[in-house]
Design a protein around this ligand. Structure first.
Ligand code: TRP
Length: 326
């Protein structure tokens, strides 16, 4: 089995955009690849954060991802800072990484602009740590969202540079883009994002799902119930295509175009279908929260497996680089 590696930011606030765009795809890969999922707490340190909340954020991220279908019996879930080789390999890759390539990264440019003057080296170096994550497990297939494609291109460049300088230690890695593009938020204007408050969380209770959908923006052409609409212009239609049955989707398409159904009818069906998908996720999440030892055990076992591979690869890296081994 080819090895797949992905990094997950430590947050339990995961919305249906994250779920459809990423986690659902990951859960479907478990039998096809040797999957590693790493909660990237070292990456999360590149922006200001509350130290007293970080450990809990990390465990919440594990719990939500498990609840969404990352079955620890069929993959390795672990915390980045528990495997020291990530930082160690990052340093070695730093020695072959051109500054100019890092300076060109869109995410770095955007974030450093937002910050203003006091940009830290960690933010600059972020993509090298990502490369170390992947290389440490000889990851070949990297499921990411489209916002990470540029980082992946750079990872490929860094890995090539290492191999050319020290010998062929690492395989090439390939991005695996999710089929589901990240959907629009409930405002119908921006991509779904927690910081914009236009989202539905995967662990949100039914009442809240109904309420949020009831006030969500639909096709602007449908001012009155009798106005015909165009489903492809409605951000909720997009959600129907994930949560509803083929018959219901046809019903929405025809009803919307002929004004045979109102937006409210359409939203009600969507709400119930969404609730049916989210309810088992929320229930699993609540179970895991009630028994945090289960989550702790998963990441402890994950760290053991990750460490044993990381140690071997690191030894290979040091030997290739000609470092003294005693
Ligand atoms: N930077 C990625 C993100 O923000 C997370 C990440 C860290 C990652 N290391 C990785 C993704 C390695 C893929 C592979 O989404």
């Amino acid at each position: 089995m080819k090895r797949s590696f992905s990094g997950i930011q430590p947050t339990g606030d995961i919305h249906i955009g994250n779920y459809l765009g990423a986690i659902k795809t990951w859960a479907e890969m478990l039998d096809e690849y040797d999957c590693f999922f790493c909660i990237v707490d070292l990456h999360a340190m590149t922006v200001p954060y509350e130290p007293s909340a970080m450990a809990q954020r990390t465990l919440d991220a594990v719990a939500v991802n498990m609840a969404c279908g990352l079955d620890p019996a069929r993959c390795t879930i672990f915390v980045q800072s528990q495997v020291q080789e990530h930082a160690e390999l990052c340093w070695i890759l730093d020695t072959v990484t051109p500054m100019g390539s890092l300076a060109r990264m869109t995410q770095f440019k955007q974030k450093s602009e937002q910050i203003g003057g006091d940009v830290k080296v960690g933010l600059f170096n972020y993509p090298v740590l990502m490369t170390a994550d992947i290389a440490l497990y000889k990851g070949e297939v990297i499921p990411v969202g489209d916002d990470q494609v540029q980082h992946l291109e750079l990872a490929r460049e860094i890995i090539r540079k290492f191999n050319n300088t020290f010998g062929p230690v690492f395989p090439e890695c390939q991005p695996l883009l999710s089929k589901a593009p990240r959907g629009m938020g409930l405002d119908g204007v921006n991509k779904m994002s927690k910081s914009l408050g236009n989202h539905i969380g995967v662990t949100e209770p039914p009442e809240s799902v109904r309420q949020k959908l009831a006030t969500a923006v639909t096709d602007p052409a449908r001012v009155k119930r009798t106005d015909p609409g165009e489903p492809t212009k409605c951000n909720l239609y997009h959600l129907h295509t994930y949560f509803s049955s083929p018959d219901e989707i046809t019903w929405v398409e025809e009803g919307c175009r002929s004004a045979g159904i109102g937006c409210l009818d359409c939203k009600k069906v969507l709400a119930e279908n969404m609730i049916a998908v989210l309810t088992p996720i929320r229930e699993r999440y609540e179970q895991l929260q009630a028994d945090p030892d289960v989550v702790r055990k998963v990441v402890a076992e994950g760290a053991d497996r990750a460490r044993s591979i990381a140690a071997d690869v690191m030894a290979e890296v040091k030997a290739a680089a000609g470092l003294y081994s005693g």
